[in-house]
Design a protein around this ligand. Structure first.
Ligand code: GCU
Length: 320
C-alpha cells in the first residue's frame, strides 16, 4: 500500500470553523440538499436464492438473497449479494460492510474477504434509477408524498441492506461499516448521518455533496452537479448554484453530524473533480466533534476509483 504525504500547502490552508452541531443539522441537510427520507419501508421477507461455494479461490462464499420491502404503494424487491468469507457461520459470525455496486454486482477485493469481512451489496439502480427521466421507476415512486433526491433514495437503500443483514446467517450486523465510492460515497455519508446503526461510515472519492467543502473552490460545484444530475437532490438545491456562500450548511457539518460514530474519508491525488483538498479540509474542520481516532483521512496516488488499497485503509481504520 502506498500513502501520499499530505502536500505542504494543504497543511497551511485555512480550516473553516465548525458551528455547533445541533440535533436539527441533519434536517437542514435534508431540507437544502438531499430531501427528506421517509420513515418506513418495512422488510417483510428475505429468501436465499442461491449459494456459490468457494468463489475467490476458495476464500469466500457468495449468497444471493431476494428481499421484499413493503413500501406505501407497492413492494420493492431487491436481489442482493453477500460475499461471505470462508469459515463464517452462525456460531462464528463475521463483521459486515454494506455497500452499493455500480453496474451489477462486483466481487469485492480478495483481501477484504481475507481480512474476515462479509460484504453485502446490491446494484444501486435496483433502488432508484440513475436517470433524470427514468424509463423504469424506483423506490421514490413508491413513496408518493415525499420529495427526496436519488442520493437520498440510495442512502435509504443502504439502511435496508442493514435490515436484510439481520437475516443472513454468518453475518454479525452489530457494528456495521457503510462504504461508498463517488456518487455512492455521497449516499454512504448521507446514510451514516441518518442511520445511527452504522458504526463506521467510509466515503471514497465522494467529492461535491459528499465529503468536500462547497466553500472550497476547485472541482465540481453546485452549478455543474445540478445541471448534469438534477435528479440527485431536491429541485431547490440548484438555486444555490454560483451562490455557495448562501448555503446554510457545509459538508464538514455533515461529517460532524455523524459523531461520535466514526468516519473515514479517502481521496486520490489526481481526482481533481472530487477536490481532494476540499475533502481534507472538511475532515480537519470536523475533527473537534470526534474523539481520538473518530475521524480519519487518507490520500493515495492515482485517480478516481475504489481500489483494493482504499478498502484496506478503511478496514484498518475501522479495526483501530
Ligand atoms: C460524476 C459526478 C460526481 C460523481 C461521479 C461518480 O463525475 O460529477 O459528482 O461523484 O460522477 O459518481 O462517479
Amino acid at each position: 500500500m502506498t500513502d501520499s504525504p499530505l502536500p505542504e500547502a494543504w497543511q497551511r490552508a485555512e480550516v473553516p470553523p465548525l458551528p455547533a452541531i445541533g440535533s436539527d443539522v441533519v434536517d437542514e441537510f435534508a431540507r437544502t440538499i438531499y430531501g427528506r427520507t421517509p420513515d418506513g419501508g418495512r422488510l417483510t421477507e428475505v429468501v436465499l436464492r442461491s449459494r456459490d461455494d468457494g468463489v475467490l479461490d476458495g476464500a469466500a462464499d457468495r449468497l444471493r438473497h431476494r428481499a421484499v420491502i413493503a413500501c406505501p404503494l407497492d413492494d420493492l424487491e431487491l436481489d442482493t449479494v453477500t460475499h461471505l468469507p470462508a469459515g463464517a457461520s452462525a456460531e462464528h459470525p463475521v463483521p459486515l460492510v454494506v455497500t452499493l455496486d455500480f453496474e451489477g454486482n462486483k466481487e469485492p477485493p480478495a483481501q477484504v474477504m481475507a481480512a474476515g469481512y462479509a460484504v453485502l451489496a446490491v446494484d444501486y439502480q435496483q433502488i432508484e434509477p440513475d436517470d433524470p427521466d427514468p424509463a423504469a421507476t424506483g423506490v421514490r415512486a413508491l413513496f408518493p408524498r415525499e420529495s427526496w433526491g436519488a442520493v437520498g433514495a440510495w442512502a435509504w437503500g443502504l439502511s435496508r441492506l442493514l435490515d436484510i443483514a439481520g437475516s443472513i446467517e454468518g453475518v454479525d450486523p452489530a457494528e456495521p461499516i457503510v462504504l461508498g465510492h463517488s456518487r455512492l460515497g455521497k449516499a454512504a455519508l448521507w446514510a451514516g448521518a441518518q442511520d445511527e446503526r452504522f458504526a463506521v461510515t467510509v466515503a471514497n472519492g465522494s467529492g461535491c455533496c459528499g465529503a468536500s467543502l462547497f466553500r472550497h473552490p476547485g472541482g465540481e460545484d453546485i452549478a455543474a452537479i445540478t445541471t448534469k444530475f438534477p435528479h440527485w437532490f431536491v429541485p431547490s438545491f440548484s438555486t444555490y448554484a454560483g451562490n455557495e456562500d448562501s448555503l446554510p450548511v457545509d459538508q464538514h457539518q455533515l461529517l460532524a453530524s455523524i459523531a461520535p460514530r466514526r468516519v473515514y474519508v479517502t481521496s486520490a491525488e489526481d481526482d481533481a473533480w472530487a477536490d481532494p483538498i476540499g475533502e481534507y479540509l472538511a475532515v480537519q474542520a470536523a475533527r473537534p466533534a470526534f474523539g481520538p481516532d473518530g475521524i480519519g483521512y487518507h490520500l493515495r496516488p492515482g485517480g478516481h476509483a475504489l481500489l483494493e488499497e482504499d478498502w484496506l485503509h478503511a478496514l484498518a481504520f475501522a479495526k483501530r
